[in-house]
Design a protein around this ligand. Structure first.
Ligand code: PHE
Length: 448
């Protein structure tokens, strides 16, 4: 059977691999600082709403496209629209988005390597808050170390990818995801026993809608796409590896639950600690690197917890960079007939070439701005706030309006063997709710 050689060997393998792709820096690094800047609990609620109403149906849709065609993202759109070849553009759009995301994402992923080493060798211990900030700026603005760390992270990812879908991606995810959960729970216990735990929790769970702006709502939508890896082909690619007998609805539901849970638990780790040590929850992208080391420094056995935390961050990042690179590698293997090895190496070098500009945008290139943003900020903003929602919008229009409903239903119900009770609701969201919501929010984001 084609499936046995091509894709994941079990449903749990598929869930863990795709959840690994979804759970990443987005949950532990990006979510807390976005939440901190946008009214805490209010952002959480809006984001949860988007995940449930739009995220899950869109993830199912990407799985439909991937599994139906058994193809990489470009091949998938080409096979699904033989008469309207134009839709293949959507596949290339996904590849470009993946490369741009990977370029800036690998910078922050690389930082985790430095911080794992610093924390475990005691170099973060005993520093004053000002020294922690200085250490962060000195490291990130350096012209060599962050670039080296980025390259190492890219190489580690490429190594896993060369082992293939089953022996590389699935195997690594099956080990790393449970480890990630255990480390996260351990950190939660530590944080919840801190003095101001309840203050942190009420910031996280008590919504203050007065702090949530239109931009904040756009950010919450962008965050749900970014966090679930939607709108750019990651889930199309992984969908093509899901076994024919697995339920796409249940698989999507589990992945989304894992993703939300990790984001919330990361908040449970971070905010009680931030409040207990009088830090600013709205500290921005540096939150976990500049604020948390102080927190660790002020607690017993802080060095150990710091090392655990950055390891956790690194693991989360790795399973995501794997999914990012797999989008590109699946494409070059299947469409250009390159070997997996050649694909891994070349795509890694391309991403590195672009990513260097992101890595250096905290130092020598910090004044090289695009529309007022550094290269790093620009890539982050353009992918999460625009490319991913636009990609998702185009996908809903294609699948909802130009692809036969019976075929979608056939794929979602596994050829009629599953009941598909919620199919009509799903289809309604796909055709009307999701595209409209995406359109409104995209426009308001552009105008406002
Ligand atoms: N979802 C990942 C995260 O939350 C980021 C990502 C986006 C990964 C797109 C793959 C594709 O960190």
């Amino acid at each position: 059977m084609a499936n046995e050689t091509r894709g994941f060997t079990s449903n749990i393998g598929a869930i863990l691999a795709a959840a690994g792709g979804a759970v990443g820096l987005g949950n532990i690094w990006r979510y807390p600082y976005m939440l901190g800047q946008n009214g805490g609990g209010a952002f959480l609620l809006v984001n949860m709403f988007f995940v449930l109403m739009i995220g899950i149906p869109l993830m199912m849709s990407e799985f439909v496209i991937g599994r139906r065609t058994q193809s990489n993202v470009v091949g998938a759109y080409r096979k699904m629209s033989p008469d309207h070849k134009g839709w293949t553009v959507l596949g290339y759009f996904g590849i470009i988005a993946a490369v741009l995301i990977y370029a800036f994402y690998s910078v922050v992923a690389g930082w985790t390597l430095n911080y794992i080493v610093m924390a475990s060798t005691g170099h973060l211990s005993g520093l004053e808050p000002a020294e922690v900030s200085e250490a962060f700026s000195a490291f990130t603005s350096h012209s060599f170390w962050p670039v080296l760390c980025q390259l190492l992270f890219l190489a580690l990812t490429a190594l896993v990818i060369t082992f293939g879908v089953q022996k590389g991606i699935e195997k690594v995810s099956k080990i790393l995801m449970p480890v990630l959960f255990i480390l996260l729970l351990l950190m939660c216990v530590r944080s919840l026993t801190l003095p101001a735990a309840s203050e942190g929790l009420s910031f996280l769970f008590r919504p203050d809608f007065s702090k949530l702006t239109g931009q904040g709502v756009l950010g919450a939508l962008g965050q749900s796409f970014f966090s679930l890896s939607l709108g750019m082909g990651a889930m199309v690619t992984y969908g093509s590896y899901i076994r024919k007998e697995d339920s796409l609805f249940k698989t999507s539901l589990w992945i989304s639950i894992c993703d939300l849970m990790v984001a919330i638990l990361a908040g449970v780790v971070i905010f009680p600690a931030v409040f207990s040590f009088g830090m600013d929850p709205a500290g921005g992208p540096q939150l976990v690197y500049v604020v948390l080391p102080n927190v660790f420094n002020s607690m017993p056995m802080g060095g150990v917890f710091a090392a655990i935390f950055f390891l956790l961050l690194g693991i989360a990042a790795l399973t995501s960079t794997i999914s990012l690179q797999e989008i590109v590698v699946a494409f070059t293997v299947e469409e250009l007939h390159w070997s997996r090895r050649k694909s891994s190496i070349i795509s890694m070098l391309v991403v590195f070439f672009i990513g260097v500009f992101c890595a250096l945008s905290f130092g020598v290139l910090k004044d090289a701005t695009i529309f007022g943003h550094t290269v790093f900020e620009f890539f982050d903003m353009i992918t999460a706030s625009y490319l991913m929602p636009i990609g998702a919008l185009a996908m809903t229009i294609f699948l909802g309006w130009f692809f036969p409903k019976v075929e979608i239903k056939d794929e979602i119900t596994n050829g009629g063997t599953l009941k598909g009770k919620l199919f009509e609701l799903y289809y309604f969201i796909l055709r009307y709710v999701a595209p409209l919501a995406l359109l409104v929010i995209l426009i308001s984001g552009i105008v406002g």
